[in-house]
Write a protein that binds this ligand. Structure first.
Ligand code: AMP
Length: 542
């Protein structure tokens, strides 16, 4: 016997229809590439998203055709999120920090038909368009009078004149909720990039889950600043969760420096922000010397790479901001775990609570996880044993776009490539990417743990730990360190700083001071590049 409830597909257009009708005047504020602040409402956004959908019909785009973006976080990008997916096409957000060769490769692989870009990326488009034969139309996200003359980019028009030509009489189509809605390529540090292809159903379920109190806790009372880019796993789903709850959205555009972010948080009374640790590092570096404080910010979700404990402490103790440590990946839409305490933790002393907060957190309903050994056998949840982390759930990839890389699943579970422990309360702690674990004398050393200790030193801005071949121990850890401007620390001082903070055999063998640690397109440390940089490095004789 089937249930007798109404059947309605979970479609992305449903989110904007809801926001327009029930939170029509909630604000969307954007710092534009032009430098000024733009503000309008969900109602305005919905109307313009329909114009986008109609304009795509006008270009004769077929159902499921790909529309690519090279754009910052802003209102026009948001209109494309809804207009492209809502009309049944697939939004392909390209990371502009990738190398032009990779961008051309990705655009060809996705068979993009249209490319919409912020004018900051015109040079990039000029560099790649000749190598992207599938792209028939180029749309510059600007007013008609800002459209550059003689750009050399074929079929280029301004976004505003493109959508102005459409009236708003458009009804969102209804279709199977399993239809593809957007796609995002993984960083591809080895081999070609592979695309996660999200569906309307997976994105909507993820948006529901992300808004829950034990996840991002998003509500109509929030003013949200997603610093995490809309080209990185749909800005962690915030553009969808915000519409689902009617939260105010504040977009930073290209201005990601500490001063601009701080001013935007204060001016727009931001209550909640989300981003990777490197961005927050810039913000704290700006605030500390000037003695600045937040007046409205209550919580920040930090993920994408391990959040150093020193940052969690600083936000909490110096600024009264709760840090929610999150873990996920492109293949997971991206949210997998988020760290909030349970009722039974209420009575714990502050230091014990902090130990929990430093972990990557508990699985969200919809995500199941397990750790396994080299034979695929499940390992115990004792918070000590670590193994390869496998996950499954309705917003986790089953297969990559075009079957790239073959069948990724093992017995129905997706192997994340991360290594971690799970404690008896279900809290995950990531110790490493499996390829970054340091194997020393038959034991494993977590590079994240070694890095976290280094960045707790007041003179250290950034630290990356890698393994170096050792004749006796197989590998030994060394730590590459960038010092804070105007601060000093010597190799021996830093090595002494480790004493008592980790087992003796886990203390790095050496410290290498570097000017910068190479970062990838999503702001994560690129250890492959660092290893290349240090390929002639020799361990000190002991
Ligand atoms: P991406 O697909 O580019 O978002 O990268 C996903 C990878 O980033 C994960 O598989 C982890 O290795 C890493 N990552 C994400 N969040 C965290 C976190 N909170 N702690 C440690 N590593 C993380």
């Amino acid at each position: 016997m089937l249930g007798l409830m109404q059947s309605q597909p979970l479609l992305i257009s449903g989110l904007i229809e809801f926001a327009e009708r029930h939170h029509g005047d909630a604000e969307i504020v954007s710092r534009r590439v032009e430098g000024d602040l733009h503000r309008y409402s969900y109602k305005d956004m919905g109307q313009r998203a329909r114009r986008v959908a109609k304009a795509l019909d006008g270009l004769k785009l077929a159902f499921s055709d790909r529309v690519a973006t090279l754009a910052w976080n802003g209102y026009r990008h948001l209109e494309l999120y809804y207009g492209v997916s809502g009309s049944g096409r697939v939004l392909h957000t390209i990371n502009p920090r990738l190398h032009p060769d990779q961008i051309a490769w990705i655009a060809n692989h996705a068979e993009d038909q249209v490319l919409c870009f912020d004018l900051s990326f015109l040079p990039l488009v000029q560099a790649v368009h000749a190598r992207c034969p599938t792209i028939k139309h180029y749309i510059a996200l600007c007013d008609a009078d800002k459209l550059p003359a003689d750009s050399g980019v074929p079929n280029l028009q301004s976004y505003e004149s493109w959508i102005d030509a459409q009236n708003t009489g458009y009804t969102w189509p209804s279709f199977d909720e399993n239809t593809a809605s957007s796609m995002c390529y993984t960083s591809g540090t080895t081999g070609n990039p592979k695309a996660a292809l999200y569906s309307h159903r997976s994105s909507t379920l993820h948006a529901y889950a992300a808004a829950l109190p034990d996840v991002m806790c998003i509500s109509a009372r929030d003013s949200i600043l997603p610093v995490v880019p809309m080209f990185h796993v749909n800005a962690w789903g915030i553009p969808y969760s915000a519409a689902l709850t009617g939260a105010k959205l504040v977009f930073p555009g290209p201005a990601l420096d500490g001063k601009s972010i701080y001013e935007l948080i204060e001016a727009e009374k931001v209550t909640y922000a989300a981003g990777v640790p490197t961005v927050w590092q810039m913000l704290l570096t700006h605030m500390k010397p000037a003695g600045l404080k937040f007046s409205t910010l209550k919580r920040t979700v930090i993920g994408g790479s391990a959040c150093p404990p020193a940052m969690i402490h600083a936000f909490r103790e110096d600024y009264g901001v709760e840090v929610l440590h999150a873990w996920g990946m492109t293949e997971m839409s991206p949210l997998g775990t988020l760290c909030t305490l349970k009722n039974k933790h209420d009575a714990l002393p502050e230091a014990e609570k902090m130990k929990i907060r430093l972990k990557q957190g508990r699985a969200i309903y919809g995500v199941d996880m397990k750790i396994v050994d080299a034979n695929g056998e499940e390992l115990p949840w004792d918070g000590k044993v670590f193994g390869d982390l496998h996950v499954k759930g309705p917003w986790i990839v089953r297969e990559y776009f075009k079957g790239e890389g073959g069948d990724p699943l093992v017995d129905g579970w997706f192997p994340t490539g991360d290594v971690g422990t799970i404690d008896p309360d279900g809290y995950l702690q990531i110790t490493d990417r499996s390829k970054d674990v340091i194997k020393s004398g038959g034991e494993w050393i977590s590079s994240i743990e070694i890095e976290n200790i280094a960045v707790a030193h007041p003179a250290v801005a950034m630290a990356a730990c890698i393994g170096v071949a050792h004749p006796k121990w197989d590998e030994r850890p060394i730590i590459a360190v960038v010092k804070k401007p105007g601060m000093e620390v010597t190799r021996d001082e830093l090595l002494r700083f480790y004493e008592g903070k980790t087992a003796k055999w886990q203390i790095p063998d050496d410290v290498v001071f570097v000017d910068a640690i190479p970062l990838g397109a999503t702001g994560k440390m690129l250890k492959t590049k660092l290893r290349e940089m240090l390929k002639d490095y020799k361990l000190p004789q002991t």
